[in-house]
Design a protein around this ligand. Structure first.
Ligand code: MN
Ligand code: MN
Length: 415
């Protein structure tokens, strides 16, 4: 039978009309604010069925996409992505994958790369247009960089450590020890790709041999065995002692500020029974003039309080655990998404948001901002530092109840 026969359409119309009347009565109640009402509580079992086709595995990953809370409303660009769905470029010595604005339209300010270098694996000497900020998530890595004044730096970094290379500064990375390293890079430009970097091997191979000889002051045949294709990532030999590498590059003098920083060793800016926040921006990690970052750890059930950032978009890398983030914008718009380890989130500047730990263990994520100075506005801080009678009139509540609002900028609150 034609599913859109006149009779079917008529009967659907009748049923739909009855449903609107029956369920419309629930609209505009506390926790269910909208007209027409949205959310499963405003529907019925037959309407909620999803006969398919469908992908059950994906459905299970995103319960709040399958059935958004009735407080969600409106359209909003996708703010969930994940390294887990991005193809790896695997080569001898390691691999990398990335989430750039090409795949994640909202990610305008920054792009992200997840890279692994096995023991001795080398990300070849290169540079690029964007500045590079990174955090080590596993193992240990040796980083080299040169600044425009000829100051060279060689440092070893481990879990919780950062590096920052200003735009155009040439650098390299190498996995150390028995297990090499894994890390996440954030470029301060959404379109920057790890594929689009200026590689030392490419330039050398594409320069006339006579020029190479003149430039480096050695005979042409010194270069006779250079690779004709670039290396990008390749298997190298374990480097010598750090002090030996540092001594080898010391003749140009030391850089003014270190290019590496131990975020994991900093004193948290928030520490309470619900979690911790650690921060690194240009006030502490001085070389990092375009990127500020926080590591946020939330205990089970805890909530990263309702807040926004007035000066920058927030890019997130979810390190462990699972949680749920809701983002608010003018419109009104409000959208909720579920996140797990390896996922990437994004919140535009000044959009309100909160994160709930929905798992059984600690939730930890990295929040990165393209700004020299971290800034945050807490909703409860604002409403508890506005004349109480003014707030009471907005929210139609008693002044004495407004005066009980949390007024300490807790950062993370208990569930
Ligand atoms: Mn780089
Ligand atoms: Mn935030």
């Amino acid at each position: 039978m034609n599913p859109f026969s006149r009779r079917t359409v008529l009967s659907l119309g009748a049923a739909g009309g009855a449903a609107m009347t029956a369920f419309g009565a629930r609209a505009a109640t506390f926790g269910n604010p909208d007209q027409p009402p949205e959310g499963a509580i405003n529907s019925n079992a037959a309407s909620l069925r999803e006969p398919g086709p469908k992908n059950a595995a994906l459905d299970a990953q995103f319960p709040d996409v399958q059935s958004p809370p009735p407080t969600d409303i409106g359209d909003m660009p996708q703010f969930w992505s994940s390294f887990n769905i991005m193809p790896k470029r695997i080569q001898g010595g390691g691999w990398a994958r990335q989430v750039t604005q090409a795949d994640f339209a909202i990610s305008e300010a920054v792009s992200g790369v997840n890279m692994r270098l096995g023991p001795g694996g080398i990300r070849e000497l290169h540079w690029h247009l964007a500045a590079e900020w990174a955090i080590v998530t596993n193992g240990a890595c040796r980083v080299t960089v040169l600044d425009p004044d000829g100051h060279a730096s060689v440092q070893d970094v481990g879990v919780g450590d950062l590096w920052y290379f200003p735009a155009g500064y040439p650098h390299s990375l190498q996995g150390l020890g028995e297990d090499g390293c894994e890390f996440v890079i954030v470029f301060d430009e959404g379109r920057q790709s790890e594929y689009n970097t200026l590689l030392v091997t490419d330039w050398i191979a594409h320069t006339p041999p006579a020029i190479l000889a003149e430039n480096f002051g050695v005979p042409e045949n010194t270069f006779k065995s250079i690779p004709l294709n670039d290396l990008w990532i390749f298997q190298g030999k374990e480097p010598g002692p750090l002090a030996q590498d540092q001594a080898a590059v010391a003749s140009g003098g030391a850089p003014e500020n270190p290019f590496t920083f131990s975020l994991g060793a900093t004193k948290p800016i928030v520490r309470n029974k619900s979690g911790t926040l650690r921060l690194a921006d240009s006030r502490t990690f001085k070389v990092s003039t375009t990127i500020a970052a926080a590591i946020e750890t939330i205990e089970p059930g805890g909530v990263r309080e309702m807040h926004w950032h007035p000066n920058a978009d927030e890019w997130q890398y979810w390190i462990k655990g699972e949680g749920r983030m809701t983002v608010f914008d003018a419109g009104p718009r409000s959208k909720t998404a579920d996140f797990k380890a390896g996922d990437v989130g994004y919140v535009k500047r000044s959009q309100g948001h909160f994160v709930k730990n929905t798992g059984t263990g600690d939730l930890q994520f990295l929040a990165v901002f393209k700004t020299p100075i971290y800034q945050e506005i807490s909703l409860s801080d604002w409403l508890s530092h506005t004349p109480p009678a003014l707030v009471a009139q907005h929210l139609n509540m008693r002044v004495e109840d407004v005066m009980k609002f949390v007024n300490t900028r807790p950062g993370i609150v208990p569930g």
